[in-house]
Design a protein around this ligand. Structure first.
Ligand SMILES: C[S@@+](CC[C@H](N)C(=O)[O-])C[C@H]1O[C@@H](n2cnc3c(N)ncnc32)[C@H](O)[C@@H]1O
Length: 231
């Protein structure tokens, strides 16, 4: 099922730079270990890791054949002389199918909390694996993700806030060792200092002020839209 794209050494062409969001994800990857980017889509994070020889192997995983067709075109463009050893592309549904992950970093960025939780439950059904770090940037309901991870026994290794399209999002790195994941915020100084924590809490307050209503997410989106565009 995995497609190995091995040649002798990677021969690189021009490489697209990473957005702030993806750079934040990239900086949390454990070097010199395997990397699994689940829901990779464009594949930028893994392709940068492969280009920079950051990891021992890079696995790009996505359930969409169409998405991976474009990613393969990107790979051909970025590595015109061949990819070298250690880059693999997997087309499968990570919520249901198995992947041989025993060590390294598992990235899930741009996926919803329910999807991330189902993938983790599928990939690590027994215990939190000791050699694995998960780097998670969910699109929404980050508090719910924290709660689920805490209950599953994951520990917090790093958390930060970053801006994405005018909204403050959180990123978590978790593993078998680390702090207890508090459901809301662990007071990492890195984000408290740059003003993002205040902005993030403001957004959350706005979200929770409407979340008792019948259509909380729609109402929250409408309020955010109105406050962003002054309507
Ligand atoms: C919005 S994109 C995020 C791309 C990239 N990770 C990023 O953050 O920019 C989400 C991708 O996850 C893939 N995806 C969603 N559920 C999946 C699953 N269960 N297994 C594998 N891929 C999945 C989708 O096909 C899509 O390409």
């Amino acid at each position: 099922m995995a497609e190995s794209l091995s040649q002798k050494d990677p021969q690189t062409g021009s490489v697209h730079s990473l957005s702030v969001r993806l750079k934040t994800v990239y900086n949390l990857i454990l070097p010199k270990r395997p990397l699994w980017d689940i829901g990779c889509d464009h594949g930028y994070v893994g392709l940068h890791a492969h280009h920079n020889r950051l990891c021992t192997e890079v696995n790009l995983v996505d359930q969409s054949r169409e998405v991976l067709d474009s990613t393969r075109l990107r790979i051909a463009e970025w590595f015109p002389g061949g990819t070298g050893e250690g880059l693999r592309v997997w087309c499968l549904d990570a919520e249901r199918e198995a992947l041989p992950i025993s060590a390294g970093t598992v990235v899930m960025a741009g996926l919803g909390t329910p999807t991330i939780v189902r993938v983790i439950a599928n990939l690590f059904p027994e215990n939190v694996p000791t050699e694995v770090r998960v780097v998670l940037a969910s699109t929404f309901t980050g508090e719910r993700l924290r709660l689920r991870l805490m209950r599953l026994g994951w520990r917090l290794q790093h958390e930060a806030l970053y801006l994405e399209n005018g909204h403050v999002r959180q990123i978590l790195a978790c593993g078998a060792e680390g702090e207890i994941i508090h459901p809301f915020w662990n007071e990492a100084p890195i984000s408290a200092d740059n003003g993002l924590l205040e902005a993030y809490l403001g957004e959350r307050r706005q979200y929770f002020s409407v979340c008792q209503s019948r259509m909380p997410d729609l109402l929250h989106l409408r309020k955010s839209f109105m406050s962003s565009f002054g309507m």
